[in-house]
Design a protein around this ligand. Structure first.
Ligand code: FCB
Length: 453
């Protein structure tokens, strides 16, 4: 492992998101978000968990910064809760909300940690959902207003901006599968929502550049390499369709290559949503592409399914010999390598950052320690693969582990632990896991630390 060093200025980070860690949902003048509404409806989230308390990061952020400082972290990616800034979504600005993030930013800078701010990580103000949410084109202007307020306030100190986190998930899973807030289920509405999300991203890029001198800004997409489950031609076709809907539907427009035409025709068959000029707005140049990646996908032709295809289930993956995480996701570091090479070749982004990568396992606290050997192995193997890609010329500039803390894992509530720090949800005590100590060594050495014997 001695020659697996990363470039000298490689960014070592950790990531979180507002609704997943902050709690304090009624504190400091915060308004309700769609995740408050959704999680409070019985049956939507495992064990009916909500983000009401979460990690109580809203009150314990100083302690969390201390954990990051001890880790030697270079950068911290967190998101801003829109309903703390504009409780009604637009209009009235809440000074307490701005103050919270301003203090957090100052605390990070004092600790020598660069703040990376995600503007939208899924907690839409409920009043905006009541006005139509992402499927309504009005949302674009609301996002511009919100971005303007935040960047004017923090732009003197925050230079790194991510407009949206995973538009695929918050549109196609939130509006097209009902499994995430706001729990609607209409794929045509979801596609319309995704177009408005991309448009909001493009408009926000302009606002960020106007308000933040020296801004480094981009978008974070969830992307997965899609492999055909077998070498057959029908499976190859199935893989191409999944790749188009998951990856190309988002990266295409951002990099000026437009939507995959077949899919666009299908989604617009129930009403057009792309207006003249939209595609130019969406293709505003980005300084980087953020990738959230956890696993690859294996697609197969399946005439019984609505679109004539399906993806391998955790049971099928296990039967094929894959190691799975607690989420049922296959562990395949090569999937991340293949994905990055594809992206580099297809879109030539100026820079790539892994803005999330990590794994959930059923961790146990015993005698004050958490021996999460499988997470250490996962991180070690992914980072080793990344070191090779970087050496091979892909412009990968940084890595953010998901997540700093165990937290509210959306529809899974607190049942899935992704943190390198364990959360005792009874006491809110934070206990660094073995993976935290391993990551600290990795950051210090600028290369994947060895695995314990
Ligand atoms: C991503 C989300 C993040 C977290 C991880 C596990 O889809 O961006 O908030 O839930 O998955």
């Amino acid at each position: 492992m001695t020659n697996q060093s990363f470039p000298r200025d490689f960014v070592w980070g950790a990531a979180t998101a507002s609704y997943q860690i902050e709690g304090a949902v009624n504190a400091g003048g915060r308004g309700p978000s769609i995740w408050d509404t959704f999680s409070h409806i019985p049956g939507n989230v495992a064990l009916n968990h909500t983000g009401d308390v979460a990690c109580d990061h809203y009150h314990r952020w100083r302690e969390d910064i201390a954990l990051m400082k001890q880790l030697g972290l270079g950068a911290y990616r967190f998101s801003i809760a829109w309903p703390r800034i504009l409780p009604e979504g637009t209009g009235r600005v809440n000074p307490d909300g701005l103050r919270f993030y301003s203090d957090l930013v100052d605390g990070l800078l004092e600790a020598g940690i660069t703040p990376w701010v995600t503007l939208y990580h899924w907690d839409l103000p409920q009043p905006l959902e009541d006005r139509g949410g992402w499927p309504s084109r009005e949302i674009v202007q609301a996002f511009v207003e919100y971005t303007d307020v935040v960047t004017r306030h923090l732009g003197d100190r925050v230079k790194h901006w991510i407009t949206l986190n995973e538009p695929h998930v918050f549109t196609f899973v939130g509006y097209g599968g009902g499994r995430h807030a706001p729990g609607r289920d209409d794929q045509f509405e979801a596609a319309r929502a995704s177009h408005h999300a991309l448009l909001a991203h493009g408009e926000a890029m302009r606002v960020i550049r106007a308000n933040v001198p020296g801004a480094v800004a981009g978008i974070t997409l969830n992307m997965s390499k899609v492999y055909p489950a077998t070498p057959s031609e029908p499976d190859a076709q199935a893989a191409a369709i999944v790749d188009a809907s998951l990856n190309r539907w988002f990266a295409g427009p951002v990099f000026g290559q437009g939507y995959p035409p077949e899919l666009l025709a299908f989604y617009q068959s129930q009403g057009e949503f792309v207006k003249p000029g939209d595609m130019q707005t969406i293709a505003a140049p980005v300084d980087f592409l953020g990738i959230n990646n956890y696993f690859p996908i294996y697609a197969t032709a399946d005439p019984r399914q609505p679109h004539g295809l399906s993806t391998l289930t955790p049971e099928e993956l296990a039967a094929a010999g894959h190691t799975l995480t607690e989420m049922g996701w296959p562990v395949v570091p090569q999937g991340l390598v293949d994905l990055l090479i594809d992206l580099h070749e297809t879109y030539r982004p100026a820079a790539l950052y892994i803005t999330e990568n990590g794994a959930a396992f059923a961790d146990e606290l015993s005698e004050g320690a958490v021996h999460d050997a499988r997470r250490v192995q996962y991180l070690h193997d992914h980072l080793s693969a990344l070191a090779d890609v970087t050496a091979g010329g892909v412009p990968l500039r940084g890595y953010f582990v998901w997540s700093l803390l165990d937290n509210f894992e959306w529809g899974h509530g607190y049942t899935k632990r992704f943190g390198i720090v364990y959360m005792d949800y009874e006491t809110l005590r934070r206990i660094p896991k073995d993976s935290y100590h391993w990551y600290r060594q990795t950051v210090a050495n600028n290369q994947p630390a060895p695995l314990a014997e």
